[in-house]
Design a protein around this ligand. Structure first.
Ligand code: PNW
Length: 450
């Protein structure tokens, strides 16, 4: 077998997020986030699971960084918990900052690049009580939190990511109601999109003014019409692509919202949200775009599920089942070619922006002896797909596997395991799976076996 080599300097890492791994939700001045509150609502999270104990990363951070070093990871993508740093959205909590100082110190001692995200979905509940992301003021509170954090921790960080997957925050949180804060108000979701982007732009300015690089991470899916000869399917595909991709990419990288999406969302009051100067803030130059990739969306205009939907303003959409691909434990289709197409598309439509894959990975049930051959195959096939994009000229500079270790999988609780390292939630023992051994060799050699 011939090796597929990645470009020199390609960055290999693994990712987590604060609420998914830290635990210790009520120590050192941390207060509730919207996820703490959401977990307490019966029926919202499978098994009634909560942010405790997660992987107890807050207390085991030194051990976890040593493990990353043993695995040969070059970078660690983690998120900073807003409710630790500015617990009620206001006053600064030094104890919260100290934890991230310690994490960053330990990473640097081990030669691992810290790759922080400012917001991975844990809005302080106090701010949700004031309207959350549906309120314009939250964007400015986010900028304050960003300024505090970048000032306190920024000297040793090269690249800051503002938001992780604003699509999920806005549409799963405020329209579908399956993520915190669990609201099912399409117009609040439309407002959340704009305010998340405004918050991003204000924070990106803070980061760049501090002389650092700024980026954002989006979750991207190729949208495939079930019947490419059907006008109705093509229109649904256009609308979903608008909501999943272009409503974020166009303002960030081109300084304007896509006209068709603005028109589709007019009944929800979208245009009235956009004030003079907002788009200039949102389009603050970016140094990198993070792409999170898991699967494709295969869509049809046939009537689908009724009830709250993330697809605001879309009258009817369904997701027909295709049986020509394996599925993960999330029931998501394994579609590595979709990663190539997502990367090529961003490269064609927005050529200037350097790209990183900031998440890619798969949930599979526990395997005896942590022999997770399916996960290794998932990662390998997606890395081959990423390499195909690089060979076609895409400026892809790094890859973070989701996730470093098993963790709290949001509405799915602890039942779904994405880790390349197994976590026993009773004992908190970490055991690298076979995929971690394999990934470690990929990172070391900067290549995969073809
Ligand atoms: C991403 N969906 O979440 C997140 O960034 C991670 O925190 C998460 O653990 C990972 O992917 C795996 O799920 C998503 O339902 C969660 O469309 C749900 C969806 C998409 C992304």
């Amino acid at each position: 077998m011939e090796n597929i080599a990645f470009p020199q300097g390609f960055l290999w890492g693994a990712a987590t997020a604060a609420f998914q791994v830290e635990g210790a939700t009520d120590v050192d001045g941390r207060t509730d986030s919207i996820w703490d509150a959401f977990c307490r609502v019966p029926g919202k999270v499978v098994g009634g699971h909560t942010g405790e104990p997660a992987a107890d990363h807050y207390r085991r951070v030194e051990q976890d960084v040593r493990m990353m070093a043993d695995l040969g990871l070059q970078a660690y993508r983690f998120s900073i918990a807003w409710p630790r740093v500015r617990p009620d959205g206001g006053q600064v909590n030094q104890a919260g900052l100290d934890f991230y100082q310690r994490l960053i110190d330990t990473l640097l001692e081990h030669g691992i690049k810290p790759w922080p995200t400012l917001y991975h979905w844990d809005l302080p509940q106090k701010l949700e009580d004031l309207g959350g992301w549906a309120s314009r003021d939250t964007a400015f509170r986010f900028a304050d939190y960003a300024a505090t954090t970048v000032e306190a921790l920024g000297d040793r960080i090269d690249t800051w990511t503002t938001l992780n997957e604003p699509w999920c925050s806005a549409f799963l949180g405020y329209a579908a109601g399956i993520h915190a804060p669990g609201r099912t108000e399409p117009s609040a979701a439309a407002a959340a999109v704009h305010h998340l982007l405004l918050g991003h732009g204000l924070a990106a300015k803070v980061i760049r003014d501090a002389g650092k690089q700024a980026g954002i991470t989006l979750n991207m899916y190729p949208i495939i019409p079930a019947d490419p000869a059907s006008e109705a399917d093509l229109d649904v595909a256009r609308r979903l692509d608008g909501l999943q991709q272009r409503i974020f990419l166009d303002p960030l990288l081109n300084g304007s919202y896509p006209a068709d999406v603005v028109e589709d969302l007019a009944p929800l009051g979208f245009s009235e949200l956009v004030k003079d100067g907002d788009l200039a803030v949102i389009s603050t130059p970016l140094d990198m775009l993070g792409v999170n990739y898991y699967s494709e969306h295969y869509v049809s205009a046939a009537p689908g599920e009724t009830g709250p939907s993330p697809w605001i303003g879309v009258p009817q959409v369904s997701f027909p089942r295709r049986d020509d691909a394996p599925r993960t434990d999330m029931d998501w289709e394994v579609r590595p070619d979709g990663l190539t197409s997502v990367l090529l598309r961003v490269h064609q439509d927005y050529p200037a922006i350097p790209l990183y894959i900031t998440e890619n990975g798969a949930a599979y049930p526990d395997q005896p002896g942590v022999d997770d051959a399916e996960r290794t195959e998932y990662l390998a096939s997606h890395l081959r797909a990423a390499h195909t994009a690089i060979a076609a000229g895409v400026d892809l500079r790094g890859y973070f596997c989701w996730s470093l270790m098993d963790n709290f999988e949001w509405a799915e609780g602890y039942a779904k395991r994405f880790g390349i390292v197994h976590v026993d939630y009773e004992t908190q023992v970490r055991t690298p799976k076979m995929s971690a051994r394999w990934f470690s060799e990929v990172a070391r050699s900067n290549a995969i076996a073809s």
